[in-house]
Design a binder for this molecule. Structure first.
Ligand code: HEM
Length: 145
């Protein structure tokens, strides 16, 4: 058990990721239905996608977002550019990304409940925006791994 868990220290980005990864993928299951409910116009992009698979991958994406924010590893950059170029090929517009971010923040807040707080939300917002910027930097390119 971490210090934050024993001493009521407010969760930081890393601590919240730790909590999310220890859960039985509640965030992945909650996110996509809520994203489409909040922004019905994005539903068309998911036609033919396996939502169960995407839900299972969401905690991994959260992990990459945090690692990329904290370290800017060459490997997280490459991965984000790779998925960014795929999103681009799939026709997902750049305007969908702030919607994704806002829906994701809402889901994280919902899943973390009383552990969620304003500063933590801001930390996640900055981290998600950094990943979005990297994904969008690969738009129009064909990035392979
Ligand atoms: C921070 C932003 C985002 C991250 C980190 C992210 C991450 C991912 C990942 C990891 C996958 C699975 C890739 C794979 O098949 O291995 C995926 C697929 C997908 N994402 Fe995103 N995504 C983001 C933004 C968005 C946005 C804004 C949309 C808008 C609709 C979107 C729609 C999709 C769709 C439709 C797929 C499924 C593609 C398929 O079925 O092959 N994503 N995303």
């Amino acid at each position: 058990m971490s210090l934050a868990e024993t001493c009521d220290i407010p969760l930081d980005l890393h601590g919240s990721l730790d909590r999310l990864l220890k859960m039985d993928n509640t965030c992945g299951e909650a996110f996509y239905p809520s994203f489409m409910h909040k922004f019905p116009e994005i539903e068309e992009y998911f036609h033919g996608s396996n939502l169960q698979r995407l839900a299972a991958l969401l905690p991994m994406a959260l992990s990459v977002i945090v690692q990329h924010h904290e370290h800017h590893y060459a490997s997280t950059r490459k991965y984000l550019e790779y998925i960014g170029s795929h999103h681009s090929l799939r026709g997902i517009p750049e305007t969908a990304y702030p919607k994704f971010r806002d829906a994701l923040l809402a889901t994280l807040g919902q899943v973390l409940g009383g552990l969620w707080h304003r500063k933590l939300e801001e930390e996640w917002r900055v981290a998600i925006d950094e990943s979005i910027e990297t994904m969008i930097s690969a738009y129009g390119k064909r990035v392979t791994i």
